[in-house]
Design a protein around this ligand. Structure first.
Ligand SMILES: [Zn+2]
Length: 440
């Protein structure tokens, strides 16, 4: 007899719905294997375990994960290039690396099995936002050393969708392909998609008339306000995907059609939330730093990797029925935080404050300067052409409202400059929101 599934059910998503007990048994078994593997093959991890008088056998329950030492980004730099690998080079089929604007990049490795896991979680990511075979995925993440391009590519193919490996940049060609090839989904950074939205009318393309219906956006923090702007202007549904190269690349977590925060693919990645300062676990639902342990990475196991991303974990069951826990969308990276006159500020707070006000465009930049030892913040935001056409009084009023909105959300008085559309430099990858000129 043919099984009848609810509309939209995709069999590739089955692991997302594992009963909790089975999921936890699987997690424990994989965690134990992973700790043993890292202990046997990664000298740095073994040394830290020995310093704590720990043996792999001391991991008896999932809760025991908190006994294990953390891994941090500098560990990857300090052991550059291959010091954290747990597989010999003959078993490694792929290397990726961060572009490394300063100093050495970080290098990550994959065995054939690891590539399989990555394709699996990316495939489930696409399925979670309602894509299936027959969909045409325009993959505008960069191909190359960056993990975005190939990660999404293999996942899309595993799903049976048609993948267009267009990579980032060349907006005119992106729009031509989108129109002529009938793309139904696009993958890129949210800021690059904003750029596509802006260019479309100039090139005679009406995004709302195209078959495009899904956007898979990630690789940089973005806000809920930004999501609403993107959806209203393009007519697609915008989903938040989360990942990082140190763990696997994109596909660590992905939103389902409820758009209620990314579900972590917990059968492969074990999440914890810790207090930034003390490193101790926080209570369920409380904000802290996301720490991830890979449960199946052969070439480069990551035990308790501190992501620097700030979020909260929710155990509340999602309406989609997935058993996988969700994280709050990540709008903040502790690395992005800047301190100005003693106030901690995240670019995403400023983004929310600006986009709340009507008349603004979703393009902004924050410039930090120091004058006679005093820190100054200038926020530049583009406003619509109509605003510029208005009277001085209207302009001044808008400026006051923007300053007030920023002050209410951040506690910070800023110099606010409204600029013409297209003034702020566009990005084809990750947007540069903060320009800190204080060190110069
Ligand atoms: Zn869900």
């Amino acid at each position: 007899m043919k099984k009848i599934h609810p509309a939209g059910f995709n069999p590739v998503s089955a692991p997302d719905f594992l009963p909790l007990e089975r999921l936890q048994n699987l997690q424990l078994q994989r965690l134990q294997d992973m700790v043993q593997r890292a202990y046997d093959h990664v000298p740095l991890f073994r040394q830290r375990m020995q310093e704590r008088d720990l043996q792999p056998a001391d991991v008896r329950t999932l809760a025991d994960v908190t006994k294990l030492p953390f891994t941090v980004k500098t560990d990857l730099r300090d052991t550059y290039p291959f010091g954290l690998f747990a597989s010999p080079m003959r078993d490694i089929v792929r290397l990726h690396a961060s572009t490394g604007t300063t100093g050495k990049p970080i290098v990550v490795a994959y065995t054939k099995e690891d590539i399989g896991v990555w394709a699996n979680v990316m495939m489930r990511s696409f399925a979670a936002c309602g894509l299936h075979s027959g969909d045409v995925i325009q993959n505008a993440y960069g191909y190359g050393l960056f993990t975005g391009g190939l990660g999404a590519h293999y996942g899309g193919e595993a799903l049976g969708a048609t993948v267009i490996p267009i990579s980032g940049g060349n907006t005119q060609r992106q729009l031509m392909v989108m129109k002529d090839f009938g793309s139904t989904a696009i993958c890129c950074t949210p800021s690059y998609f904003l750029h596509i939205i802006e260019q479309a009318p100039e090139l005679g393309v009406n995004l709302k008339e195209l078959p495009l219906r899904v956007g898979v956006f990630g690789a940089e923090p973005w806000t809920e306000t930004m999501r609403r702007r993107i959806e209203a202007e393009s007519g697609l549904k915008a989903y938040d995907i989360y990942g990082l190269s140190e763990i696997i690349g994109p596909g660590v977590a992905m939103e389902c059609e409820c758009q209620a925060g990314p579900h972590i693919f917990e059968d492969w990645f074990f999440p914890e939330i810790i207090d930034l300062k003390t490193g101790k676990p926080v209570a369920d639902g409380e904000e802290g730093e996301l720490v991830l342990t890979t449960l199946g990475k052969q070439a480069m196991p990551m035990i308790r990797y501190r992501t620097r991303d700030i979020t909260a974990l929710t155990t509340e069951r999602c309406e989609c029925g997935r058993t996988l826990r969700r994280i709050q969308r990540i709008g903040r990276r502790s690395d992005d935080m800047f301190i100005i006159r003693g106030v901690n500020v995240y670019p995403s707070q400023i983004e929310t404050a600006l986009l709340k006000v009507e008349g603004t465009l979703p393009h902004y930049q924050i410039i930090l300067t120091r004058d006679k030892g005093l820190d100054e913040v200038e926020v530049q935001v583009e406003v619509t052409r109509e605003v510029f056409g208005d009277t001085v009084g209207v302009l001044e009023q808008l400026q006051r409202r923007l300053c007030q909105s920023v002050e209410t959300l951040t506690g910070l008085r800023v110099n606010l400059r409204m600029v013409q559309p297209q003034t702020i430099q566009r990005s084809e990858g990750k947007a540069k929101r903060v320009i800190d000129q204080r060190k110069m």
